[in-house]
Design a protein around this ligand. Structure first.
Ligand SMILES: [Zn+2]
Length: 417
């Protein structure tokens, strides 16, 4: 399903404010879906590719993809299982503790939208609360249920909230959506649905990568088809107000290279926290509402591409071997946009058994278990999951002791010996 240039956009209005003034700033070409790892026997089947291009809205400055891949194509066989990183369960336990202590009482209900394998919800088990997950990926929802996390396997819409969730479970004191808001095409419906599910004195926490982190650190690899919006407080504060929700606080977290946890309530008069004021001002000071900011970002991404490709080609010319580490979505954007194929990377190591023995989307690099690094170590290791770089380098002590070197691609390519 390669699209032609006349089909490069399938939206005509900003998802946040309906303006038609959308400006392209990051064209990453046509790419295969970053989580669609192929079975070796399917490698000769046609592989769908879709435009991957980021626009900002000239009116509200919400950043977003111009082309939406239908969610049923993307999410029904989702291969990402969140528990595969060592750092994430700790983060989730703290997240649950904070939500419970700040906003909940015994007997209240917490609902997580896009609850994955139930990893975050498990963090609520020490507390006396009702726990419910909503997860559209059938295979992942099944894993959650097997671990005792009640999970409704549907997309989160107003209709689902109205017809199923409220009649069956009631309103939620806490709603959590972790790395999902940015993945939603119809954010207006999603927001209305969350508001309806929320008890009048409830709090909705939305955690998502912060666009400022992407812009400042050249993190263009947070862009992939599933990631439809790139969130700023500048665009979202008024958006939520229009949908009857008040963002009253924000907490920066270190996950995914730099995320924000935004807190929403129904009381439109609750004052904004000092931290929220400060971060909003930081966005404005950085130029979130200035077109030049986006032009400069694109130029810096092109420079990363040039210098990483020069580094990798020089190493290959010297006869060095290179592998990749981390078959995360972000790595696939980098690999595909830069055109890194099996001529450069021997394999990509990843801990997730769901991805092992498959081929990477678009470039068809074999994904293998990290055990392979012990059996056939390369001279260099490109850290595609650079956001877990410290953790990976700690785990690869043996590789390092043998003289193996690491390459960090972002924010600017460099070798770590
Ligand atoms: Zn807009």
């Amino acid at each position: 399903m390669n699209t032609t240039s006349s089909e490069r956009m399938n939206i005509s209005q900003c998802r946040a404010c309906d303006s038609t003034n959308l400006v392209l700033y990051l064209p990453l070409g046509d790419q295969a879906l970053a989580n669609r790892f192929l079975r070796p026997e399917d490698v000769n089947q046609p592989e769908p590719k879709f435009p991957l291009e980021v626009f900002y809205c000239g009116d509200c400055f919400h950043s977003q993809l111009g082309y939406t891949v239908p969610p049923e194509v993307m999410f029904r066989e989702y291969l990402y299982v969140s528990s595969t990183s060592d750092a994430i369960p700790v983060h989730f336990a703290e997240y649950a503790k904070e939500m419970y202590e700040r906003f909940m009482q015994p007997g209240d209900m917490v609902v997580e939208i896009a609850s994955n394998d139930g990893c975050l919800l498990k963090g609520f088990r020490p507390y006396d609360v009702k726990i419910l997950g909503v997860e559209p990926a059938l295979n992942i929802a099944k894993i959650a249920r097997e671990q005792g996390i009640e999970t409704v396997s549907e997309f989160f819409t107003k209709e689902l909230v109205h017809n199923t969730l409220i009649p069956k479970y009631g309103h939620a004191k806490a709603v959590i959506s972790n790395n999902v808001f940015a993945h939603v095409n119809n954010i207006a419906d999603f927001t209305d649905a969350g508001r309806e599910l929320l008890a009048d004195d409830g709090v909705w926490a939305i955690e998502s990568p912060h666009i400022l982190t992407m812009l400042k650190n050249n993190e263009f690899d947070t862009v992939y088809h599933e990631h439809i919006s790139y969130l700023s407080l500048y665009a979202l504060t008024p958006f939520f107000k229009r949908h009857g929700l008040n963002m009253f606080d924000v907490k920066p977290t270190a996950v995914h290279g730099g995320s924000n946890r935004m807190y929403l309530c129904k009381d439109l008069n609750k004052p904004m926290s000092e931290g929220l004021h400060k971060l909003l001002q930081e966005e404005i000071d950085y130029g979130i509402n200035k077109p030049e900011t986006y032009t400069v970002f694109h130029q810096r991404v092109e420079k990363v591409k040039e210098s990483l490709m020069k580094l990798l080609r020089d190493l290959k010319a010297q006869g060095k071997t290179i592998c990749g580490y981390g078959a995360s979505a972000k790595g696939q954007t980098l690999v595909q946009y830069f055109g890194i194929g099996t001529d450069i990377l021997e394999y990509i190591a990843d801990k997730s058994p769901l991805k092992q023995d498959r081929l990477s989307p678009g470039m068809h690099i074999p994904v293998v278990s990290p055990d392979k690094i012990k059996r056939s170590p390369t001279d260099y290791m490109l850290l595609l999951a650079w956001n877990f770089g410290d953790e990976i380098m700690r785990q690869q002590e043996e590789y390092k002791n043998r003289g193996g070197k690491f390459i960090l691609p972002i924010p600017n390519p460099r070798i770590i010996e």
